[in-house]
Design a binder for this molecule. Structure first.
Ligand SMILES: NC(=O)c1ccc[n+]([C@@H]2O[C@H](COP(=O)([O-])OP(=O)(O)OC[C@H]3O[C@@H](n4cnc5c(N)ncnc54)[C@H](O)[C@@H]3O)[C@@H](O)[C@H]2O)c1
Length: 282
């Protein structure tokens, strides 16, 4: 039967994007947030995003209604009981995620797969917080999830081959291009990307070049679609800081040691696009 019903936990940037991807691919989706209003706001956000696609002629009104008809919102973990797969996308904090996995384990049916969208944290730590470590994997979507084709499937030591294959097939069914990777901090993309982003902050900090010149140089010189400082704002500076801290904790490589300017922006509540202010003003 494969994966039919998907639960999404966490109503931030990524939870909303993954919900749209799964629902558009024909899955029944249950959105769970800690507050009913936030879960409801996710559905409203999804409707807005789908309406835009209808206006641009990329989606029919009929398909929009069908997608919305497959999505429900709740603040109750117990409403995830019948999901075949639950993907959590809450804050990048291991203690929060471990507690959530234990709670999900008690709530969902025995054969359900539990997955994390973590960017860097050890998936095995979440797996062993459950009574089903063979059914826990990482499924790492990229931001914005509806646009980005890559999904990293992370197999901790504890995961069964059947679980890894089922989630890889789910990502393909969502129209994504999955790659499989071992459970090491940063997986493939963030392990390679974040030293570059962190060094761009250091370069700004030590006055080598201005914000705009650093970003223009990497766009014009490497053909990247956005510069590193704009990309950090898109990812979220708090999430970026957590990613660097997790990478540094794993590898103790100085390139992963967060630039002080990044810490100060986060301390000031300047988190990038989501807060309206980061390296740029939105
Ligand atoms: N932003 C990105 O570019 C990106 C890309 C891929 C993966 N991720 C990962 O996705 C996950 C979510 O990131 P995001 O960018 O959507 O973050 P976000 O800040 O937009 O959303 C975080 C969500 O976590 C919830 N939350 C906060 N504290 C919580 C708690 N104690 N218990 C339960 N829920 C709590 C918030 O209410 C919010 O819904 C993280 O693990 C992150 O590493 C992020």
């Amino acid at each position: 039967m494969g994966i039919q019903t998907v639960g999404i936990v966490g109503s931030g940037i990524m939870g909303s994007g993954i919900a749209e991807v799964a629902a558009k691919a024909g899955h029944t989706v249950v959105l769970r947030s800690r507050k009913q209003e936030t879960a409801q706001a996710m559905v409203a956000g999804l409707e807005k995003s789908l309406n835009k696609q209808v206006d641009k002629g990329r989606l029919s009104a009929e398909d929009r209604d069908a997608v919305l008809g497959r999505v429900s919102a709740t603040d109750q973990i117990s409403d995830l009981a019948d999901c075949d797969l639950v993907i959590e996308s809450v804050v990048e904090d291991l203690d929060v995620k471990r507690a959530l996995f234990a709670e999900l384990d008690a709530a969902v049916k025995p054969d359900a797969i539990l997955a994390t969208n973590t960017s860097t944290l050890p998936v095995v730590e979440m797996a062993v917080a459950t009574g089903r470590p063979d059914q826990v994997v990482g499924v790492h979507f990229f931001n914005p999830a509806p646009m980005m084709s890559l999904v990293e499937i992370i197999a901790p030591l504890t995961a069964s081959d059947a679980t890894v294959e089922a989630v890889t097939a789910f990502a393909s069914a969502c129209g994504k291009d999955p790659v499989q990777v071992k459970d090491r901090a940063g997986f493939i993309v963030n392990a390679l990307l974040f030293p570059y982003l962190n060094n761009a902050v250091r370069m700004l900090e030590n006055g080598t070049a201005s914000r705009d010149d650093i970003d223009s140089a990497m766009k014009g010189g490497c053909n990247f679609p956005m510069g590193p400082l704009a990309l950090l704002d898109l990812v979220g500076l708090d999430t970026s800081l957590s990613i660097l801290e997790a990478l540094y904790a794993e590898f103790a490589d100085p390139n992963y040691s967060p630039a002080p300017a990044l810490r100060r922006l986060v301390a000031a509540g300047q988190l990038g696009r989501k807060s309206g202010q980061g390296f740029y003003t939105y």
